[in-house]
Structure formats: C-alpha cells, structure tokens
Ligand binder design. Sequence first.
Ligand SMILES: *Cc1c(COP(=O)(O)O)cnc(C)c1O
Length: 365
Amino acid sequence: MPRPIHAVIHPQALQNNLSRLRRAAADARVWAVVKANAYGHGLARVYEALRAADGFALLDLNEAQTLRDAGWRGPLLLLEGVFEQRDLEWCSRLDLWHVVHHEGQIDMLSRHKTQTPQRVFLKMNSGMNRLGFAPQAFKSAWTRLNALPQVDEISLMTHFATADGEQGIAAQCEVFEQHSSDLPGERSLANSAALLRHSTAEAVTADWVRPGIALYGSSPDHGVHDAAHWQLQPAMSLRSQLMAVQTLKAGDSVGYGAAFVADRDMRIGVVSCGYADGYPRHAPTGTPVLVNGLRTRTLGRVSMDMLCVDLTPLPQASTGDEVTLWGSAASGQVLCIDEVAAAAGTVGYELMCALAARVPVSLAQ
Ligand SMILES: *Cc1c(COP(=O)(O)O)cnc(C)c1O
C-alpha cells in the first residue's frame, strides 16, 4: 500500500464559490483565475466545475492549450501578456486575449503577421509598481495600440496592491479613473479581495472581475474575515492517516531538535505527511489539525515525510485513523487552509500552490 496521504479536490465547492463571487460581481463578467495550475488544484481537474465562468485567466501558453484541448471555446486571457514574438502566433492560433503592460509588447504586436486582429487588455500601473504603464504614459500607449491593424478591441485594466487591507482601493481607483476616463473599452480591476470587500464600488464591478483565491475557498483577507464569513468552501482537502502512535512520559521530546518536550504523560500520533508533501516546515507546535474530524494540534518540527500530533483529546485514536491537514474531513468538519497558513507565517495561496507532485489527487464526487 502506498503512503496514505492524498489530496481531494471538491468540484461542488468550486461551483459554490464561483456562484458566490458572481453574486458579488453584480453584472460583471467573471474571469476564473487559474494560473499556477489552478492554484495547485490542477487545471484539468477544476475545468468542469468552473465552466460557468465567462472566461479563464492564466499565464502560460501550455495552460491555455490545455483548456482549448478540453473544449473551452470562450475567452482566455494571458494575465502577463506575451514574453516573446512567437508567443503572438500562439495567441492567434489559440485565440487568446492578452495583457499589454510595456512598450516591448506593442513593438511585438506591430511586427506580428496576422489576418485576425487580437483583443488586448492594456494595463495601467496605478500604484502597485509591478506591471503596467505609468498613468501619464497610458493614453499614448492606448493611441499606439489603437493604430495597429493587429489590434482589435482594447480593454483597460489595473491591479490592486492593498485590496485586502485597511488602505483599500480608493487611491488606485482614483488614479485609474483620472487617466482612463476618456478612453473607450471594457474595464477590469478587481481581484478576490476587491470583489468581496469593495463590491459596492462601481469600479470594482466594472465589466470584468478577476477572482482567484476565493474560487478555491480561501479568504482573501484572513485575519479580518475567514472563509466561512465569505461563504466560501474549501476546494482542496489534504488528508492522510496516523501511521504510528507513541506514548510519552513527562520530559520526553518529539522529533528533530527535540523541539517539543512533554510536560506530562501523553499520547501522540505520527502522521504520514511532511514538507516533501507540501506541508509547511515552518508550521510550529500548535498548528491546528483534525484527527477523525476533531481539532487538535501539531507537536514539534515537521520532518520530510512525517509530522506529529497531540492525541490528548482523542484517547481512542489509533493507527489508520484519518488526519486532515487542511480542507474538509470525510465527515465534513472543516479546517481552513488559511488557519494552517497563518500558523506557519504564510498564506493559503502558497500552501495550495506548493502541494507536492508526489501527493496523489482525486476528485470528490
Ligand atoms: C492572480 C491575479 C488575480 C487573482 O488574484 P486573487 O488574489 O487570487 O483573487 C487577479 N488579477 C491578476 C492580474 C492576477 O495576477
């Protein structure tokens, strides 16, 4: 028998989350953001459940190809646009819409030989200072693009740096509005945090919204609101089993570095899950975990293939019992990935994306 660790992807949760986000988006169309192999869930695995989206947004040409091969005929958007000239051939062949965020991409477009003009999203750097044209250069970029026979409709977009926090989106919205209000075209501004936290802002529910993380059931502002607050359900569960049980005496230690020392006699469980499975090594003693659906905590350091859990609340627990590292237990109790991430000093995004290739993945019915 292989190690009992496995991940389960929940199509119903994806469907629930998508319709939840659609309700927040008013009349806007919804890009399902599926970059990074659908945030670690597997692009091919989430496709059916997310088909009700209006389009898919991603980064890689091979991911776009995967969706076309799966039969998707609707819009596909390359969120970072093209990286080299020949990528435009792919855009033509796969009918991709693409982001234009710097002059070099306009140069490439001007050299592209095509009969069919391409749809582009012109990106403004409204304050995040990662990608996009400076606000003052936005109009001239638009004018240049608009003059190209290779270009069809031009939509306008920007990306928020602090939609999940107190600073909010007002300042960036204002910059965007100020430097784009007299340009035609559809607008796209909101990620998950902007959509859920600022859905009354008109700019947010403009023509297209771009939720990613919330689709997968993780809260975009965990710490302020949890996933249950936003009515999101976990789309990924990481489950394993107890592979051994140990009885400690007061003073005994657990694992590498003897990082946990028992202050009383206690039973602990050894779980088939370690950092080589994608579980965060930095998760300290006390990180929440479910055993048979009941909440307990990790003990000591996470090692490559194993971690240890406190069985004090589960006197009956024994080898083979179910352990849920995040997501839902078979019996339905939920341990939000955001809680595990927070304990380990990271975010749900990173844990999902880091699910290791050696972990078998199945689809829930
Ligand atoms: C990843 C990404 C999103 C989705 O962000 P979430 O925080 O996951 O909702 C939206 N827009 C762009 C440009 C992105 O790169």
